[in-house]
Design a protein. Structure first.
Length: 83
């Protein structure tokens, strides 16, 4: 079980793990989320683990879902498209 293969000796995103969040970082998180940036890319830019970014976003009420996707069950069926 678990991951196989060599592990990174010092991954970039672990540098700031377990450190308090500053107001500047929360603003950066908001702007990255607004720009539909993936969580993995956010973690590299902010040098924090992806899980900490997701949990902080949830605590602050920031949605990490892509805004450019339509809700489910909104596609027209083939029958409706022919009308």
């Amino acid at each position: 079980m678990g991951k196989k293969g060599p592990r990174k000796a010092n991954p970039k995103y672990k540098r700031r793990s377990r450190q308090p969040w500053s107001d500047k970082e929360v603003k950066q998180l908001r702007s990255l989320a607004k720009a539909n940036t993936p969580t993995g890319v956010m973690s590299l830019k902010m040098e924090r683990p992806p899980a900490s970014i997701a949990s902080k976003a949830k605590r602050e009420g920031i949605s990490l879902r892509p805004t450019n996707r339509s809700p489910y069950n909104r596609r027209k069926t083939a029958k409706e498209a022919r009308r």
